[in-house]
Each structure stands twice: as C-alpha cells, then as structure tokens.
Design a protein around this ligand. Structure first.
Ligand SMILES: [Zn+2]
Length: 338
C-alpha cells in the first residue's frame, strides 16, 4: 500500500506535507521541483491519497473507498492534467483545471489537480492557471511537478509553496535497490552511481539489460587499455562514437573503473569495488599506475565528458581520449616531448 515511508530520501518534504495534513494547514498550490526520477510524482500521489483518505490520518490507510479508488487510478477528486500537444496549452488548463475546479468535490474535502511536466505550460497556459491560483476555492489543491522551475512565471512561483527535491545519497539508494529488487550489492552501487541521486533513475538502471551490456563492453575496453593494439582501438573508437545515446553512461562506467583502481591502490583487496568480479585485473592495473597517472586519467575522461556534445568530430576526439588513457600505462603523456 502507498505510504510516505516508501519515499527514498527527501524526508524534510514528506514531513512538511504530513504535518500540513495533520494540522489541516494544506496550501492551495505546491511546486515540486527536481530532476526526473527523484520522486516528485511518487510523493504527490501519496499526498493526494492522504488528503482524501476517509480515515483522515497523515498517511493513506489503503483500505477505505477513496484509497482503493486512488490505487485503481479512478479517484474522481484527483485529476491528472494531460496534454494533447508537445506543450501544455491554454485550453488544457481551462478545460482540465479552471472549469472542473468550480465543481465541488464528490466525496472528500479536496479536489486535487496534478500537473506533471509543468515546465511545458506555455505562457498563455500559465496565465490561465494564475487566475485559479489567485482565487482558489477552499477545496482546491494544485500540485505542479516540474524539472525546470525557472521556466515558470515569477507570478506563479510567488503564489505557491515551492518544495525543491534534493539528490538522494548513494547509500540510501543502494539500500533501497537491494531491498526492493533483491539485486547484488555491486549492481546496486553501479546503478546508484550512474543515477546522480535519483532513485527512479537508479531503479531503471538496476533493471536495465542494456546497462548490463554496456557494463560488459566498458570492462572489455578498460581491460584492453594497457595494450597498444591499434586495430582494436579503431573498433573500440567506432563503437563508442556510434552509440551516442549511451556515451554518457559509458563515460560514467569508465570513470567508475578508474575509481576502482584508486580504491584498490588505497585499500587493497579490502576496498569495495564497483567491478568486484574484475578484482584481478584491477589489482594489476592499479599496481602499474601511479596516483598521478590515475589522476590524469580521471581528468582526461572528465574533460572529454564536459565537452563531448560540442565535438565536431566525435570519432577523432574519442580516439585521442582513448590513446591518452592508454599512454598512461607506459609513459607520462603530460610530460613534454615524450
Ligand atoms: Zn484511506
């Protein structure tokens, strides 16, 4: 059953909302902002369920008629605002928010409107919404979910309670993934590291077959770095440059390999690795490289990641980046003339 206890991270936000419910001091409009997968919709649905629950606690009871309707996606006092085009237009707001807002709730104390991807409202739509925000009926609650809060008009932002969702710590995400999906520790760590603080993204990574395939490809690539087999490097360059959508993930996976080298260098076999099944190779590479060389490799990759979208010729720059990484194994590429 839905509960605020299921929410991963952002405890301050759930506490704030639960307190507002128990004190009966619910605002007419909220803005939940933060990146995709951070839990905005997850929290908004629990908030709506709790507001309408017939038991009137600060958690949805999961058993009353309203909670069952909520779970079934047919609670008549909750509207998910949808859009017909790429933007949320003025008609969408008029027809799905402003007009139905004048109808009193069917059963509960509130009528709730959830506007997902609120940054997609065009200016006319935002101005239409503003009218309702200026004079909301006592039962009206609007929740805007938004990854780009700065795209909303200042006049909207000044009228609503803004709750910014913050990135969730890796440890909390790892614990959540291992418990919920029963996946091994290293896989949960990898997914958390790639997800940048977003539990939803981490769950998607953890379940992704494609990620497993990319991981295997990156392991092959990193294992081959000490060799200067030019033929193989051509193939690897083409592979990396061709899969543009997954290049960001590949680079992150490569950085995690280098992180493992640093962990091994500092802590030996006791260190917790992202690639534990490759511990033998990681030990060999860590022994072959100085801290300075590892730092250079990290810099090379980070710099490449920062400008990868601006590269006119991606293949050439991937080739140069891989060559520099490889050179770290047998010479000091940063020394002039070597
Ligand atoms: Zn209930």
């Amino acid at each position: 059953m839905w509960s605020f206890r299921e929410v991963v991270g952002n405890r301050k936000i759930t506490e704030h909302l639960q307190e507002a419910i128990s004190r009966g001091r619910v605002a007419h409009a909220y803005l939940f902002s933060g990146p995709d997968g951070i839990g905005k919709r997850f929290v908004a649905e629990r908030f709506a369920a709790a507001l309408l629950c017939e038991k009137k606690g600060s958690e949805p009871c999961g058993q009353c008629r309203s909670c069952l309707q909520m779970l079934g996606g047919n609670q008549p006092d909750v509207t998910y605002v949808t859009r017909t085009k790429t933007v949320i237009g003025v008609d969408d707001i008029r027809e799905q928010v402003n007009q139905p807002m004048s109808i009193k709730p069917y059963a509960g104390k509130y009528r709730i409107f959830l506007i997902d991807e609120a940054e997609k409202m065009n200016e006319a739509a935002q101005n239409a919404l503003l009218k309702t925000l200026e004079e909301p009926p006592a039962y009206g609650v609007i929740v805007l979910l938004c990854s780009r809060a700065e795209r909303l008009l200042e006049t909207i932002r000044s009228r609503i309670v803004h709750l910014p969702f913050l990135p969730v710590g890796d440890e909390e995400i790892v614990a959540f993934l291992m418990e919920k999906y029963q996946i091994p520790d290293y896989r949960a760590r990898l997914a958390a590291a790639l997800a940048g603080g977003s539990p939803g993204m981490a769950a998607a990574f953890a379940a992704s077959e494609q990620l497993q395939a990319r991981r295997e490809a990156v392991v092959r690539l990193m294992k081959s770095l000490p060799s200067d087999d030019a033929h193989r490097r051509v193939t690897q360059t083409k592979e990396l440059a061709a899969a543009k959508e997954s290049l960001a993930d590949d680079l992150e996976l490569m950085l995690l390999w280098i992180r493992d080298l640093l962990v091994y260098k500092a802590a030996g076999a006791k260190g917790r690795l992202m690639y534990p099944e490759e511990a033998g190779e990681i030990a060999r590479q860590a022994d072959a490289l100085s801290y300075e060389a590892l730092r250079r490799m990290q810099e090379e990759l980070s710099a490449f990641r920062a400008k990868k979208d601006a590269n006119v010729n991606l293949e050439t720059s991937v080739w140069i980046m891989l060559s520099h990484l490889s050179e770290c194994f047998y010479k000091q590429p940063w020394e002039e003339g070597t």
